[in-house]
Design a protein around this ligand. Structure first.
Ligand SMILES: Cc1cc2nc3c(=O)[nH]c(=O)nc-3n(C[C@H](O)[C@H](O)[C@H](O)COP(=O)(O)OP(=O)(O)OC[C@H]3O[C@@H](n4cnc5c(N)ncnc54)[C@H](O)[C@@H]3O)c2cc1C
Length: 406
């Protein structure tokens, strides 16, 4: 079958559905193709922390400011996709006091509400905390349910006229006279889609999509493990207040906590080893903050792969410190028109990433439209039952919040 669309978005994670929504709201005819269920890539395999920016406050002022702005936006437009848990940065006896002060100062400088508390006050609020918690900083971190967020964003795109196709892998891109002009999609017996612009929002797989148009996008995916343990009660997101390291995060869910994570470079975002040793290490490290976790067997584990863009790796020294910021690449700069890639970033900042892409594509297509995605609430934003129906329609694999559906 042959179809036409103004813009084809490849990838139905948070970024891709965000792009489809934004463009559709500006009146652009858009088709989104995702190879599996929506959110089945990294989006459904993250911790699901809606960062306040405090995690980056002392090291990356711009990233921190972006997070606090988007934290407020997502809470505003997607209420029932979020558990507004709050977050603690937890300093244990022996942790570097200068780091604590730098974090607090960084939060204040970036307009992130941050309140220091004594260890005793923190333990009174969260009895599961260890006796040697010396002090904490309370910040507005929250938990976001990726399956709900992705399904509601896709539904908003659809209601604004987008065609949203799960189970529709893009198997080829077609070029003519130095431009991408279409794609082959393995959907409904096979489709050829003619288009004016392709947005590559395939996350850790973006390099493979770019290759189909003869363009190189250097991704350096890194894997991370998450470990879910039931029956340990923690209300806020707990971050260890030290330089980012393995096992410094405890994320509260309904009847489990999710511990994470690691960051190890992988060659292939689909095929990589999953070591038991990393799981044991998560449990042991996080038990320093929450002793009830010590020696617990995980109830389930899952792994995700970060969509990190590689060029600055060498300068910054190692995979963990590759920028968490995002990059919008216009491949006209590589000699291929009608083709852009959006790589890097975070779940927290997906809407801002989508806005940048939509601004760029509208410029390229000569469309005059302003972004409204930060103001208009998502379908089902105040109705968990409606959101769960939407999840049933669009999402098949999202271990990050599968406890919502069990
Ligand atoms: C371990 C871990 C923990 C994280 N924790 C957090 C966190 O707590 N908070 C936070 O803000 N961020 C977190 N992140 C980062 C965040 O999850 C990602 O940056 C974000 O989800 C990426 O979204 P995306 O849409 O760009 O990519 P993805 O969600 O991966 O979407 C890309 C999609 O493209 C699809 N695709 C691939 N090939 C094709 C094809 N040929 N045709 C069609 N579709 C294709 C894939 O199936 C995939 O669904 C974490 C990441 C990891 C790995």
């Amino acid at each position: 079958m042959n179809r036409e669309t103004d813009v084809l978005v490849v990838g139905g994670g948070a970024t891709g559905v965000g792009v489809a929504r934004d463009l559709a709201m500006r009146g652009v005819d858009v088709t989104l193709c995702e190879r599996g269920g929506l959110g089945s890539g990294t989006t459904g395999r993250s911790h699901g922390v809606l960062h306040s920016g405090a995690r980056y406050a002392e090291s990356d002022a711009e990233g921190a400011r972006e997070c606090i702005a988007e934290n407020r936006v997502v809470k505003g437009i997607a209420g029932a996709c979020v558990r507004d848990s709050g977050g603690y940065f937890v300093a244990l006896d022996g942790d570097d006091p200068d780091y604590f002060e730098a974090k607090l100062e960084g939060c204040r400088a970036q307009d992130i509400p941050a309140e220091p508390m004594s260890g005793a006050a923190a333990r009174e609020a969260v009895p599961a905390l260890a006796d040697d918690v010396e002090r904490v900083i309370r910040v507005p971190d929250a938990v976001v349910y990726p399956s709900r967020l992705v399904a509601a964003t896709a539904e908003s795109a659809r209601r604004h006229g987008a065609r949203v196709l799960p189970d529709a892998p893009v198997t080829d891109l077609h070029t003519e006279n130095g431009r991408v002009v279409g794609a082959t999609v393995d959907h409904d017996g096979g489709e050829t889609v003619r288009t004016n612009h392709v947005v590559n929002a395939a996350g850790a797989w973006a390099g493979r999509i770019a290759e189909k148009a003869g363009v190189e996008v250097s991704m350096q995916p890194t894997k991370g493990v998450m470990v879910a343990i039931e029956g340990v009660e923690v209300d806020p997101v707990l971050n260890r207040c030290r330089s980012p390291a393995d096992g410094d995060l405890v994320v509260p869910h309904d009847d489990e906590v999710v511990l994470g994570t690691t960051s190890v470079a992988v060659d292939d975002p689909d095929e990589y080893s999953r070591e038991d040793e990393a799981v044991d290490r998560m449990v042991a490290e996080c038990a320093a903050m929450v002793p009830a976790l010590a020696n617990r067997e995980p109830d389930r584990t899952y792994w995700g792969v970060r969509p990190l863009y590689a060029p600055d790796e060498d300068e910054r020294g190692g995979a963990r410190s590759i920028s968490r910021g995002f990059f919008l690449l216009d491949h006209a700069d590589d000699g291929v028109g009608g083709f852009s890639s959006i790589v890097g970033g975070k779940l927290t900042t997906h809407r801002r990433m989508a806005e940048a892409v939509a601004d760029h594509v509208c410029d390229a297509l000569g469309v005059d439209g302003t972004c409204r995605t930060a103001d208009e609430p998502l379908p089902g934003h105040d109705d968990p039952a409606e959101l769960d129906d939407l999840v049933g329609e669009y999402v098949t694999d999202s271990p990050a919040d599968s406890d919502l559906r069990d």
